[in-house]
Ligand binder design. Structure first.
Ligand code: F6P
Length: 551
């Protein structure tokens, strides 16, 4: 039987990855003096350098053939047309509409088969958010005690925390209008750390939850509501509450005044929601103009994604690089290394964006996926990462592809520090590529006067294999506009990978079981509770917890 065009494209890719020396990178540079020229691209303000990967012309062609066979770009067009590309939940996926003018004409396919335009509602919500943010900053909206709000706490988890937290960490500076704080963990030690820094009379409380049912968020919201009420009374407390949610019934039941609810629709996925009302803490903390620029930057990347041909489409190229590493070579880990401390929450945001989206084993048609899908993603800002896990990337047994995010110009005046930072980022990528041969180690140690037997003893430990792949993203500066571009680039990369692997990148059924089991364990931890039927490990642990709590 003839293989399908899809199978044939994947087989050609596998065959190329199995060529002897296919994972070598250094030799590609020695063979081609123009390698950097050929394998870097720029879109908006972002330069993407893929030259330090083992992709050569043949591999790139084979990867593009897979993209064509998997119909990535037609899928992209279906998403932009408002089709229900989140097919298991029967939902359109329209985060691009959140950063587009209404005139862009985005519409969402409804379950009855018709379409609903979405732009006007997006603009209305943005206008209401802007009015609110500017009034809070101007002191026109005040606290129940008549004071200006100085602090804003966002209570939310997952996509209702990670994106806004990441963006605020990146954009906030000492002249920003309010102090933003984030409370996510159900562990009240998180609240205990934050509480002493807050004055209830000057704190605005945002409860960010798409569903308004997430157990951790609602538990924290009740604690913080009680804290407000203690000092401000019931009426006062209500003047400090804001809800960011699609569930208006639940926000009303919780006591949030209707004019303090900022909504969005189910076609905004949690991990893609920082551009929606969920981003209110960014606007309050960093200023409306920054929030607007963030949206504009993302919009610029959307336009590139929608219009650029496959051969120079940055999100697609980034996704294809992951396919080459994961499916070509079985490298199923991926490091994110932003060399900018303001991006210290960027790896955490991408962890949810990529792993909740791509951690799937079933195709959109319900069959087992015949290949590896989403890699494990982790990261830390450089240079900190160099002093924690980079050893493994240089000398561990399996290569871990890494994305280096470098920013040419800092926003601080300490030029020497910035040079040190950039030199380290560039050097790490170069060291991963080059490695260090036995001859080099021997020559260096001998020149340093090391005795020959000591040289031979240490030689195997000091050799680096090299040929370890990395991708570099270079930005001229980090500001709201370029941050918007960067985040949207990764969002679209995730979309492309979903299409390449034929999985639904927009659902997250895998998080359900743990949530369900926790509700059945909860009563077993109550003083009057009894240990139920579980595996012997869970029974043993619950029993011991109860004993150690004196129950
Ligand atoms: O962890 C599952 C999840 O549903 C995420 O997808 C989401 O971002 C998070 O929980 C929070 O959900 P919500 O905004 O509804 O509280």
């Amino acid at each position: 039987m003839m293989p399908s065009p899809r199978d044939a494209a994947w087989s050609r890719l596998a065959a190329l990855a199995q060529r002897p020396g296919a994972a070598a990178i250094g030799s590609l540079f020695s063979r081609d003096a123009d390698r950097f020229e050929k394998f870097h691209w720029q879109a908006c303000d972002i330069l993407l350098d893929l030259s330090k990967t083992a992709i050569d012309d043949a591999a790139m062609q084979a990867l593009q053939d897979v993209a064509k066979a998997m119909e990535v770009l037609p899928d992209r067009d279906a998403m932009a047309a408002g089709e229900q590309v989140n097919n298991t939940e029967r939902r359109a996926v329209l985060h691009m509409a959140l950063r587009a003018p209404a005139t862009a004409g985005f519409q969402a396919r409804r379950n009855d088969g018709g379409f609903e335009p979405v732009g006007e509602e997006v603009e209305q919500t943005l206008a209401a958010m802007e009015q609110f943010v500017r009034a809070v900053h101007a002191g026109d909206i005040r606290s129940s005690t008549g004071e200006t709000f100085t602090d804003v706490i966002n209570i939310g988890i997952g996509g209702s925390d990670l994106g806004p937290f990441m963006a605020t960490r990146a954009l906030w500076h000492e002249a920003s209008p309010m102090r933003p704080l984030y409370l996510a963990n159900a562990d009240a030690h998180n609240w205990e750390l934050i509480r002493p820094r807050l004055n209830p009379a000057r704190t605005l409380v945002l409860i960010a939850s798409k569903t308004f049912t997430t157990a951790e968020t609602m538990a924290n919201a009740r604690v913080v509501r009680g804290w407000l009420e203690q000092t401000l009374g019931n009426d006062g407390m209500r003047q400090h509450l804001v809800a960011l949610s699609t569930n208006h019934k639940a926000t009303a039941e919780f006591g949030v005044p209707a004019d303090r609810v900022f909504g969005f629709k189910d076609w905004v996925g949690g991990r893609f929601s920082l551009w929606s009302a969920i981003g209110l803490s960014i606007a309050l903390g960093c200023g409306w103009d920054d929030f607007e620029q963030l949206l504009a930057g993302a919009r610029a990347m959307d336009e590139h994604f929608l219009e650029a041909p496959a051969e120079r489409n940055l999100p697609l190229l980034l996704a294809l690089t992951t396919v080459w590493h994961v499916n070509g070579f079985g490298f199923d880990n991926h490091a994110i290394l932003p060399y900018d401390h303001r991006l210290s929450r960027f790896p955490a945001h991408l962890q949810q964006l990529e792993m909740e989206s791509l951690g799937k084993r079933t195709t959109r048609g319900g069959q087992p996926v015949p290949r590896l899908t989403g890699p494990v993603l982790f990261g830390e800002p450089g240079t900190n990462a160099q002093h924690s896990f980079m050893q493994l990337l240089h000398q561990g047994t399996t290569p871990v592809p890494a994305d280096f995010v470098l920013i040419a110009n800092p926003s601080h005046p300490y030029a020497a520090n910035h040079r040190l930072l950039l030199a380290n980022g560039l050097a790490q990528a170069e060291a991963l590529l080059r490695g260090r041969s036995a001859d080099e180690v021997r020559a260096e140690m001998t020149a340093a006067g090391t005795a020959p037997d000591e040289v031979e003893r240490l030689l195997p430990h000091r050799v680096f294999p090299g040929d370890r792949p990395s991708t570099t993203l270079l930005l001229p500066r980090l500001d709201a506009h370029t941050l918007g571009q960067l985040v949207a680039l990764y969002e679209h990369k995730v979309f492309c990978l979903g299409a390449l692997w034929d999985i639904d990148a927009f659902d997250q059924w895998g998080v359900e079981l743990g949530k369900q089991l926790s509700t059945s364990i909860l009563p077993e931890l109550m003083p009057e509770g009894r240990v139920g039927a579980h595996d012997s490990s869970t029974v043993g642990l619950i029993g011991l917890i109860r004993a150690w709590q004196g129950l």
